[in-house]
Design a protein around this ligand. Structure first.
Ligand SMILES: CC(C)(COP(=O)(O)OP(=O)(O)OC[C@H]1O[C@@H](n2cnc3c(N)ncnc32)[C@H](O)[C@@H]1OP(=O)(O)O)[C@@H](O)C(=O)NCCC(=O)NCCS
Length: 203
């Protein structure tokens, strides 16, 4: 049966999530967003109200389309529902061998998720990202556009892997890190912080 879906977060990222929902054949009802200066629609899709208005839509499933992991986590706790939508673009390549993708996560076009990869709640696996075999991606992680995680990589909660970044096989990145655009991570990261460059170093 076609699901009715509401996106929390009316932004550019929200539009990409909207496109996935429409391509998946589910019914997109609209956006919720606390920014009251927004118009009443985005790309022709209605903005239905603020986040708290989720209570009016008991039949709907929800997905949070907000890049900031702290805000994504906060909203996932404030919105009291078990009805989270997992958005998978029809052109994402996802192995059926021992993969798991938890609720509220979005997987965008041309992303690849290979066997044994386990992806937590409310993650973003962005356009063209590669999550290789046996990765463990914890809740609220964002793997940005074109980032590459080799085999057996572990990424801790709320870490953001920037656009085009690369993480070598068997490397672990702890929680709450920012891996800068184009960085190459070749050693385990055990200290929270921002890492840039090749090889990636803390700033
Ligand atoms: C790493 C990052 C978070 C730093 O942002 P910031 O704190 O605003 O840092 P600034 O832009 O002020 O740059 C500080 C210094 O770091 C350098 N720097 C910033 N990002 C860098 C990167 N990714 N690689 C190499 N150097 C970088 C800047 O050139 C600057 O150097 P300088 O002091 O010699 O002039 C940001 O640049 C970044 O890479 N973000 C990734 C965004 C992304 O992936 N978006 C995709 C969404 S799908």
């Amino acid at each position: 049966m076609r699901k009715k879906v509401i996106i929390i977060g009316a932004s550019g990222h929200g539009k990409v999530v909207a496109d996935i929902i429409q391509k998946s054949g589910d019914i997109l009802l609209g956006f919720l967003d606390d920014n009251k200066s927004l118009p009443d629609q985005l790309s022709g899709i209605p903005i239905l109200g603020t986040v708290n208005d989720y209570k009016k839509y008991s039949q709907a499933k929800f997905i949070i389309a907000i890049g900031n992991a702290e805000i994504r986590e906060r909203i996932s706790k404030e919105v009291k529902t078990d009805s989270w939508y997992t958005a998978i673009h029809p052109n994402a390549v996802i192995s059926k061998l021992d993969t798991r993708i938890d609720q509220g996560t979005v997987v965008m076009a041309n992303a690849v998720i290979n066997p044994g990869a386990v992806i937590g709640k409310h993650c973003i696996i962005n356009t063209g990202a590669i999550v290789e075999h046996d990765n463990t991606i914890e809740d609220y992680v964002h793997v940005s556009v074109g980032a590459k995680l080799a085999g057996n990589v572990h990424v801790g909660r709320k870490t953001w892997v920037g656009i085009g970044a690369t993480v070598k096989n068997n490397v672990s990145v702890c929680e709450d890190c920012m891996i800068g655009a184009g960085a190459v991570v070749i050693n385990n990261i055990v200290e929270k912080g921002t890492y840039i460059g090749i090889p990636a170093r803390i700033v």
